[in-house]
Ligand binder design. Structure first.
Ligand SMILES: Cc1cc2nc3c(=O)[nH]c(=O)nc-3n(C[C@H](O)[C@H](O)[C@H](O)COP(=O)(O)O)c2cc1C
Length: 177
């Protein structure tokens, strides 16, 4: 039987991003249980412009849509920026939510993680995304996951005794079936 496939998407373009690090840990955790591909398109997409969003959209847009279509599940990990979602992630979300009623997220199962060094854990971004994905008829699965003080959690993950991340990753795999 073939393994389920996950596309992971980080809301941060930062090289040292905690959210990207979470997704790298997830890929390691899922090794042998699922195929995991990390999206690299967020920083490459043009700013959304409805005039460009026609039957022949920019090639990078088509490629970003295709990697979603090719995946069984999508996992997004993101910080919040100024109590909203980061601009590049919103831009990606807008491109991927079209064509209206015929986009690649229709019925797609999506798991959302928020994380930040602050105690807020990306709360507003997660709330927005869970609502937004539901609005475009994706299927949001799993609990609301917020990871505050993520720098400490990632440090602790180096010790096998810390189970914060592995508990989340198990929840993802159980929710995405
Ligand atoms: C423009 C900007 C706005 C931010 N706004 C918030 C915020 O509203 N709430 C919060 O908890 N952290 C906020 N932060 C701090 C981020 O959570 C922190 O930089 C985090 O490490 C970014 O995620 P990353 O590590 O995945 O890049 C903001 C950071 C930036 C650069």
């Amino acid at each position: 039987m073939s393994l389920p496939t996950f596309l992971t998407v980080s809301g941060s373009l930062r090289a040292g991003s905690f959210n990207t690090a979470i997704l790298e840990h997830f890929a390691q955790f899922a090794d042998g249980k699922a195929g995991v591909v990390h999206s690299r398109y967020l920083g490459e997409l043009p700013l959304y412009n409805q005039d460009l969003d026609n039957d022949t959209p920019p090639a990078v847009v088509a490629a970003a849509r295709a990697e979603i279509a090719a995946s069984d599940f999508v996992v997004v990990a993101t910080p919040e920026y100024n109590y909203g979602i980061p601009g590049p992630l919103k831009n990606w979300f807008d491109w991927m939510s079209r064509p209206y009623g015929a986009h690649v997220f229709l019925g797609k199962k999506v798991f959302v993680i928020g994380s930040a060094p602050s105690p807020r854990g990306g709360k507003n971004a997660v709330e927005y995304l869970r609502l937004g994905f539901t609005a475009i008829q994706a299927v949001v699965v799993g609990d609301e996951v917020l990871l505050p003080n993520i720098h400490e959690t990632l440090n602790a993950a180096k010790s096998s005794e810390d189970t914060t991340l592995t508990t989340v990753f198990q929840h993802i795999l159980q929710s995405c079936q």
